[in-house]
Design a protein around this ligand. Structure first.
Ligand SMILES: Nc1nc2c(c(=O)[nH]1)N[C@H]1C(S)=C(S)[C@@H](COP(=O)(O)OP(=O)(O)OC[C@H]3O[C@@H](n4cnc5c(N)ncnc54)[C@H](O)[C@@H]3O)O[C@H]1N2
Ligand code: MOO
Length: 641
């Protein structure tokens, strides 16, 4: 198939046109009658009227005695009234029917029994005091819920109180999900090269269920036009909305648009949003058929922006919108003029400010949605937003969770994840958000007050000392505390069994051997440059010097998969992938923080974890660490001369 240019239709306009064309607002799903206990979160299709009043009898509202109010008139401290059991009063408890002839209840606290069977009152009772009137809650035939309302827990109770056991609701909208692609296989633990595990339908069907819909997930269809068309026709007969997943763009086997076109109508192919550009809006029969891009991140955005409004129209209720939060951008976020962009963001509260940082923008990086705290919606015709700008973030987590998050920026080490796991076990209110921005990135984040803690391991070439010279150089204007961390073993990670017989750094230079490096500003990169220089070597002569990865684990995975032969990193990362490790040196990995955060409870909890026996044990299991003295604090002050 030849390349076809896609449209670039503005999102809101596209949705409005689409729902109008489909006449979805007019479409009403069939009703079903459910027992109330099965009706939570369902949508009423008829108004619900009470069958009986609630309460349906005069009910005592307090524990005490029921009396005739007029017999208590004139009662005071000096002229108490005495009432006889059975004649003048009846003992009652809350919820009891009001005994015949009585018209008030006196609370037990206000009754004195001077003799058994004689109740003395020192103040008068008002007529109808402490009595729940018939219909106080709801009167017979009064409306408990109108049509098109979500059934809440309280509404279930109110309906039961109103004598109702069953309720008429709309059936749930059914969304059919059709995964497609020759490379797509059902979930399994050992996919072969070229096989991609099918997980989009699980994401999408979970989203639909959260919105109140049902789903039918069809078998994966290969890239075969006729089979996709047959799948579409079947799903359009069986479901209210059809999602055709993947094959939406311009590839040789991207049949989604053609399949919808040949079984129905394509209204729009291509939206001015990123991710999600190649979305297809069409119909098959009289059912909406949406071509959702195959990349999971694009898929989630399209489900949220395009499919959710369709489900809403069928549900007949608006679904909750994300809460907004004003935050300051920690770095510049570029955007394309042509598209409205949805960027996954991390958000944390440092001091009194909310700080937000963009996450990986790759459309295939589904974990970015796992890590994301919110979304930044950048309008079309915007080049980007500058660092320091105040922006509105649509939250994906609660503000409370964000307020309870310890921010750890800086150099990556798996020990941060380990500490996080232990912290979650110890205190379920607290979270950790770690950004791998390298040691220098961490120092700068502390300087700009954009993180609580930073992990650093920076070797000062002049003195051979770790961290402190850098802290004095860059953070002399900050009241800074160094938390002693670990010594960790740095060395060359190489394939299991070291098939190339690599002996040390000399061997990665000038040989037919492929190296994988860390990003600029990372301590490991600085260490490599230092070690090369010591040996009179330079990066130019290392094949792969410019190939950068952000973490030790991602360096290790490149070596384990055979696309690189060697990379500098820590022992624990090599161990995870069963790689051989040629130790080169021990380095110091510390945490730093502004002194003010030693008053912050959540930061203190994190530091407690670092000092715990459980953490020491976990480090031993990871391997390659020495943790003596971990967690001890030292104030870093600029020496005055
Ligand atoms: N030459 C061009 N190439 C691409 C363009 C373009 O305009 N010109 N657009 C890119 C954009 S933007 C997107 S988004 C994707 C859309 O991809 P498709 O909808 O055509 O989907 P595929 O190419 O079949 O798959 C993309 C990707 O997603 C994986 N995938 C697919 N289905 C599933 C599933 N059910 N579960 C998990 N992962 C899935 C698939 O294996 C691919 O890796 O196209 C760009 N290309
Ligand atoms: O539109 Mo694609 O979804 O940008 O990655």
């Amino acid at each position: 198939m030849s390349y076809r240019y896609l449209e670039n239709k503005e999102l809101t306009q596209a949705i409005t046109e689409y729902t109008t064309r489909l006449d979805l607002e007019e479409k009403v799903l069939e009703e079903e009658e459910l027992l109330l206990q099965d009706a939570l979160d369902r949508i009423t299709s008829r108004g619900v009227m009470a069958h009986i009043s609630a309460p349906h009898y005069y009910a005592c509202a307090m524990d005490g005695i029921a009396v005739r109010s007029k017999e208590t008139f004139g009662a005071t401290d000096t002229t108490p009234v005495h009432l006889m059991l059975g004649e003048g009063y009846e003992p009652v408890d809350t919820g009891d029917p009001l005994p015949d002839g009585m018209d008030a209840v006196v609370m037990i606290e206000d009754v004195v029994y001077e003799k058994e069977g004689v109740a003395t009152l020192r103040s008068a009772a008002h007529p109808w005091q402490h009595i729940r009137q018939i219909g106080e809650d709801i009167c017979q035939e009064e409306m408990i819920l109108p049509s098109n309302m979500k059934i809440t827990p309280a509404a279930i109770g109110a309906m039961l109180a109103g004598g109702i056991g069953k309720v008429w609701v709309y059936r749930r909208p059914v969304v059919g999900l059709i995964p497609t692609g020759d490379e797509i296989v059902p979930p399994k633990a050992d996919p072969q090269r070229g096989e991609i595990i099918e997980f989009n339908s699980s994401i999408f069907s979970s989203m639909i269920r959260l919105w109140g819909g049902e789903t039918v997930v069809y078998d994966i269809i290969p890239d075969d036009l006729e089979k996709i068309k047959a799948g579409l026709v079947r799903a359009a007969q069986e479901c209210d909305i059809v999602i055709l997943n993947a094959g939406s763009s311009a590839g040789r086997e991207d049949f989604a648009s053609r399949a919808i076109d040949e079984t129905g109508t394509v209204f729009t192919h291509g939206l001015a949003i990123k991710p999600g550009k190649p979305t297809i809006l069409g119909k098959v029969g009289d059912k909406p058929a949406v071509g959702v891009p195959g990349y999971p991140v694009s898929g989630i955005v399209v489900m949220e922006q395009v499919v959710k409004p369709l489900v809403e129209s069928l549900l007949k209720i608006p679904l909750p919108k994300a809460n907004g939060l004003k935050a300051v951008l920690s770095r510049r976020v570029m955007s394309s003029l042509k598209y409205r962009e949805f960027v996954r963001m991390k958000v944390g509260k440092v001091g009194s400010r909310y700080i937000s940082t963009p996450l990986d923008r790759g459309a295939g990086v589904v974990t970015s949605f796992v890590k994301a705290d919110g979304l930044l919606d950048i309008p079309i015709n915007t080049e980007g937003l500058e660092a320091g700008a105040e922006v509105d973030i649509q939250l994906l987590r609660s503000r409370e969770e964000i307020d309870n998050t310890v921010m750890v920026n800086g150099s990556h080490d798996p020990l941060i994840d380990t500490a996080y796991d232990l912290l979650r076990k110890k205190d379920h209110r607290l979270y950790v958000s770690s950004s791998h921005v390298g040691s220098m990135g961490g120092i700068m984040a502390v300087k700009r007050n954009e993180t609580h803690l930073a992990g650093v391991h920076l070797l000062d070439e002049a003195t051979g000392e770790y961290n402190v010279p850098f802290l004095k150089r860059y953070l002399s204007d900050v009241d800074l505390v160094r938390i002693h961390g670990v010594k960790r073993s740095q060395g060359l990670m190489v394939a299991k069994g070291n098939p190339l017989g690599i002996g040390g750094l000399e061997d990665v230079v000038g040989k037919e051997l492929s190296y994988v490096n860390r990003q600029k500003g990372s301590g490991t990169r600085i260490l490599l440059d230092y070690l090369l220089k010591q040996k009179g070597l330079d990066g130019e002569s290392v094949y792969g010097y410019d190939r950068e990865e952000l973490t030790h684990l991602s360096v290790a995975v490149q070596i384990a998969s055979g696309s690189a032969d060697a990379g500098l990193g820590i022992y624990s990362a090599a161990k995870v992938y069963g790689l051989d490790f040629i130790p080169i040196c021990w380095e110091t990995y510390d945490f730093i923080l502004r002194e003010e955060y030693l008053k912050d409870e959540k930061v203190l909890r994190f530091l407690e974890i670092l000092r715990s026996d459980a953490f020491a044990k976990a480090l031993e299991e990871l391997g390659g660490y020495e943790s003596e003295g971990i967690g001890t604090m030292e104030q870093i002050k600029e020496e005055t001369t």
